[in-house]
Design a protein. Structure first.
Length: 336
């Protein structure tokens, strides 16, 4: 027993001295002219090139531009169904690979909340410069939603007009519980570079969508990550804690959407975040009883696309789907 305690004490001491890894800062190349828009990438303030997928209306200028941020281990392809649909209705979509994901720099290594937020600010500024007369919105899915909350609740929010949160990742430390939190804290510091795959049972029993074909396509996409480093998981939970505690600090008009079958962002975590956020002018939510986690790729995804389009046109008008507010729906479900 004494040896076990000594070993445990040594492990904790080692963990306390370590810091979970993040991507090191980049130095812009000589002669760097600053952020810019390329045909297939957005160039950031440090010279990093973030791969870009863009869907534009066939004719004329877009009346709105949506900056799409994907979820954990995903890529710009997460908006491949929504982008063409919105383009047919005059909305242009820019979906980027965030650092550490897809084909962006530092694949697999966590970029850090500050860097991800700075990238979003730059992307919005580039869209504003390219389309000065369009309404500029950010649509963040899951982890992308957490990045969006962190950015728009900061002291220097991006210069966008609207925010759309698609099942934002709000499962932070305060909702993880002491066992999960302690285990991840130690793992991130003692085995941070070790990557783990999602257990087969989790994929089978807790799918992210009812669109099985899209889940299959996503799983076979070479730009998707199939394993995650412990230090990246630690960074994600840190980011989710920011999102869960600062949701109410956002000031931009916001539409938060959440599905009744979401198996990834648990209902208790979402309810806790919404209760903490409280009510404020311009903050609306929509609950889809048949929705899952990746709402913009579910079988009912067009319902989400239509609600987003309508809200961008008139933030005060009822949503076409008639989606009820999220918090009352979750409260009713928990009381049954």
């Amino acid at each position: 027993m004494k040896r076990v305690l000594v070993a445990l004490s040594s492990l904790l001491l080692l963990a306390a001295c370590a810091t979970p890894a993040v991507q090191p800062p980049l130095t812009p190349p000589p002669g760097f002219a600053g952020p810019s828009v390329e045909a297939m990438a957005l160039v950031m303030d440090d010279g990093a090139r973030l791969p870009l997928a863009r869907w534009a209306p066939a004719e004329g200028e877009p009346w709105a531009v949506i900056i799409g941020l994907h979820g954990m281990n995903d890529s710009r392809a997460s908006f491949r169904l929504a982008g063409p649909w919105w383009a047919e209705r005059g909305i242009e979509t820019w979906a980027i690979d965030q650092r550490g994901f897809g084909e962006a720099p530092g694949r697999g290594l966590w970029a850090g909340e500050d860097r991800m937020v700075d990238d979003l600010r730059t992307a919005v500024a580039l869209a504003r410069a390219r389309h000065p007369h369009a309404l500029i919105a950010v649509a963040g899915e899951s982890m992308g939603g957490a990045v969006t909350v962190a950015a728009f609740s900061s002291g220097s929010p991006p210069a966008a007009d609207r925010v759309i949160l698609l099942a934002p990742a709000v499962w932070g430390w305060s909702a993880q519980g002491p066992v999960n939190s302690a285990g991840l804290w130690i793992a991130a510091r003692t085995a941070g570079d070790k990557a783990v795959e999602t257990p087969e049972w989790a994929v089978r029993d807790r799918p992210a969508s009812d669109n099985r074909l899209e889940l299959l396509r996503n799983g076979r996409d070479p730009n998707s990550l199939v394993s995650t480093r412990f230090d990246a998981l630690y960074g994600l939970v840190d980011l989710m804690e920011t999102a869960s505690t600062r949701l109410g600090a956002m000031r931009a008009p916001t539409l938060l959407l959440y599905g009744g079958h979401d198996n990834v962002i648990q209902k208790d975590a979402m309810r806790q975040a919404l209760e903490s956020a409280g009510d404020r002018p311009g903050f609306r939510t929509g609950f889809y009883p048949d929705g899952w986690h990746i709402l913009n790729r579910d079988l009912q995804a067009e319902t989400v696309y239509r609600d987003v389009e309508a809200w961008l046109r008139d933030a005060a008008a009822p949503l076409p789907s008639g989606a009820a507010p999220v918090l009352p729906a979750l409260t009713r479900a928990s009381s049954r």
